[in-house]
Design a protein around this ligand. Sequence first.
Ligand code: CS2
Length: 491
Amino acid sequence: MTLPRLSPDCLDTLDASIRRPAYHRCQEAGIIHLGVGAFHRAHQAVYFDQLMAQGEAGWQIRGASLRSARVAHQLNPQGGLYTMVQRDGPATQLRVIGALTDVLVAPSDPETLIAALAEPSVALVTLTITEKGYHLDPDTGELMLTDAAIKADLERPSRPSTAPGFLVAGLAARRAAGLPPFTVLSCDNIPDNGLRTRAAVLGFARQVNPDLADWIEASVAFPGSMIDRIVPATTAEDIDALEAMTGYRDEAMVKTEPFTQWVVEDNFCHRRPALETVGVQMTDDVAAWERAKLRLLNGSHSALAYLGALAGHTYVHEAIADPVFARFVDRLWDEVEPVLDGPAGFDATAYRAALKSRYANSALNHSLVQIAMDGSQKLPQRLLASLRAQREAGLPMAAILMAVAAWMRWQSGVDEAGETFTVDDPLAAVTAAALEKAGPDPDERAAALLSIEAVFGRDLKNDPVIASALGHDLAALMSRGARACLSDFDV
Ligand code: CS2
C-alpha cells in the first residue's frame, strides 16, 4: 500500500512529536534560491524556517533547479514541505520545514525564473550551485568567457542556463522595472564565495551591457559566507524508513546531523533578515572561518574519501573508526594547523575534537564516494592551499602530500580490489587522457596530473620537490595500498 504523500493538508494529522512550521506559510517569496539540493534544505532553509517561526515574516523561499526537474517532482506535489531528519547516533528528531514555497525548473522555463527574480518582494538571492557552477577560471578568478555554457548564455542572455546568466538577467529586469537590486548571497563551500560570485556576475554583465555592469558594481551586495552542516545524500532506504516511522511518504526528506553553523558577512543592499536571532554569526571576517572549515573539515573529508574508499571503506564513520585512518587525520591536522590563520580566538583543539565526533555519527551513513566527487574542483581550497602554505613555511607536508597522491590514485577509476568505478568530476576526461598518455609509471602519472594547471596552478606544477614526493607516494599507494601507506604515519 502506498501511504499518503506529505502535504499541507496532512500537517494537522502528524504525530505530536514531529515539529512543524509554526507560522502562516504564504506564496510570496522574499528569497530565490538557486540549486535546491539536500544541503540547502538542511541548512539555510532551516534558518529561515526558524526566523519565520519567531515572527519575522517575508522570508519564504522560492527554489529553482538549474539542471533537472528531479527536486521539483519531489517537492512540488508536497506543497514545498519536507522533513528534516536529524540523527545523532540512535536519537532521531523529525521536523517539517515550511520555508520553501515551490521549485521552478529553469532549463524548461527560464523566463519564469527571470520573472521570479524580478518580483518586488524578492530581497535576497541565495546560491548552492557547487564549485563548478561559477564558471570561473581557477588561475585568474575571472569568468571563463570561452566556457561552452557561458558562451551560449552570452549569445542568448534572455534564455540563460547558468547561474551568472540568470543573476544578470534578473538584475537587468529589476533595473528596467525601477526596482532595487537583491542581495546575492553565495552559500557554496568555496573561499571568497562572495567575491567570486561578484566576479562571475560582473564578468557576465560587462559582456552584455556595460551600463548594467556599472549599476551592478555600484549597487549590488555580494556578502561572503561560511556554511557547515554534514548532509549526506538521501537514499531510497532513508525514505522508506521515514515512511515506516511516520505513516507518510516524503520524497524530499533530508537527513543531517545536529551540528549546524553559518557565518555571514554583514553586507546587504536590500532588506536584511535578522539572521543573528537564529544563531547565524554575522561578521566582517568570513575568510578566516572559511579557511578553518575548508582546510580542517573539508581537507580531512577529501583525504578520508580517497584513501578510505580505495582501501574498501564505504562511509565516513567506518573510516574514522579505523585507528590507522583516525591517526592519519590527526597527522594531517597537525600539519595544517600551524598555517591555518583561523578566526580570532579559534580553538583548534576543540574544533578537531568536535569534527572527530561528528565524523563518528554512525546514523548518517555519509558515503566516501559522495565526498570524492568533483575532486578537481575541491582540491585547491581543501588541500592545496594548505600545501602551499606549508611548503612556503618549510613545514612538514607528508600527510597532505599523501592525501593529494590518493586523489591521483583515485583518478585511475579502479580501486584496490580491482573494481572499476566512474570518476565523477568535470575534469574526468582530462585526467583520464593525462593518465593514458603517462602509462604505468607512477612518477610519470603523478607528473601528468600535476601538470593540469586548472587544479595545481603553475607554481605546484613546476615544483620539483612536490613532483618527486607525489610520484613517490603514488608509487607506494599503487604497490602497497592506502592502509599500509597510512600505517607509516602511525607514530
Ligand atoms: C563534503 C561536504 O561532500 C563533500 O565534499 O566534504 O559536503 C561537507 O559534508 C560539508 O562541507 C560540511 O559542511
